[in-house]
Design a protein around this ligand. Structure first.
Ligand SMILES: [Zn+2]
Ligand SMILES: [Zn+2]
Length: 293
């Protein structure tokens, strides 16, 4: 009887016994060279490998080959400076991420930046006078270079690599939001504008949240009226521009919905969308945007 140490992926090296039993079977433990999974203390015949283990090895080899091919065909690089990165990480390097214009303190209801002295206050003066229809608004970055340029390039030049980089910023902001959010609602575009652009930038920003945090996207809300661009309009015209812009096509089961947008300027779009959701029976609405202007 021998005592052998095994390590591999196990957090703490374990000592197990290896010995032959009466039927010529051997208890042993190995680390598979393909999956790098310790096969544990199992009673298996030497050189007799289970079908499920063969399948696991095959899948591991396939996924590694696919990743190597992806690395060669579609190399990942930082969206802001072009530094080459592994395909498994978001396309923003540590240096560019550190330089992004982060908002140090913001109103928890509307996301407007606050002077650091006010950081202790839960909400800004405007929200205390006229509470918005959201529980929480999170917009981690200010609408300044390079975020403004990235959002414009995403929307108007179809530079989709920014969606992955900024979507990763949204993913890392999730801990600041209430934990009971059940579904995401990217601000809908009118079908004609979406057809011309080829995509909805808010939906693209949601992809890392769906893939890594497991959220689903609400499909029941549509933009029924093609509204002119909000940029260049004052707050009152923005609100008038949005009246009856959205409608709910089907019953919404989620109780807490998170509205996702690229940038919140006056908050008029999010307010209108939140009002439509609350009218449709949603209990709570929060908002998440990359930047707050
Ligand atoms: Zn970079
Ligand atoms: Zn506020």
């Amino acid at each position: 009887m021998t005592i052998e140490p095994i390590s591999g992926l196990l957090a703490t090296p374990t000592r197990i016994r290896t010995f032959d039993d009466d039927n010529g079977w051997r208890r042993f433990s190995t680390v598979c060279p393909f999956t790098r999974i310790a096969r544990g203390r199992r009673r298996v015949q030497p050189h007799n490998v289970s079908w499920s283990h063969v399948k696991a090895c095959g899948l591991a080899v396939l996924s590694r080959t696919a990743r190597a091919l992806q690395e060669a065909a579609l190399p990942n690089s930082c969206a802001f400076c072009g530094t080459r990165l592994p395909v498994t990480v978001a396309p923003v390097c540590t240096a560019c991420d550190r330089d992004l214009p982060r908002i140090a303190a913001a109103c928890s209801r509307c996301g407007v930046p606050l002077a650091t002295t006010e950081a202790g206050a839960a909400s800004c003066g405007d929200c205390q006078r006229d509470p918005p229809p959201f529980v929480t608004t999170v917009a981690p970055l200010s609408y300044a270079f390079p975020v403004d340029a990235a959002i414009r390039a995403l929307k108007f030049q179809r530079t989709l690599c920014y969606a992955a980089a900024l979507g990763d910023v949204l993913l890392r902001s999730l801990p600041q939001l209430p934990p009971d959010i059940e579904a995401l609602l990217p601000v809908p575009l009118h079908w004609r504008r979406q057809a011309l652009r080829g995509f909805n930038q808010a939906t693209e920003l949601c992809r890392p949240l769906c893939r890594q945090a497991g959220f689903s996207i609400l499909q029941q809300v549509a933009r029924g009226r093609a509204t002119p661009y909000q940029s260049g309009l004052d707050a009152q015209r923005r609100q008038r521009n949005l009246n009856a812009a959205f409608h709910v096509r089907d019953r919404i089961r989620a109780r807490h919905v998170l509205i996702v947008d690229d940038v919140i300027t006056t908050g008029a779009t999010c307010r209108e969308l939140a009002r439509v959701l609350l009218d449709a029976g949603v209990a709570k609405v929060s908002a998440l945007a990359v930047a707050r202007a």
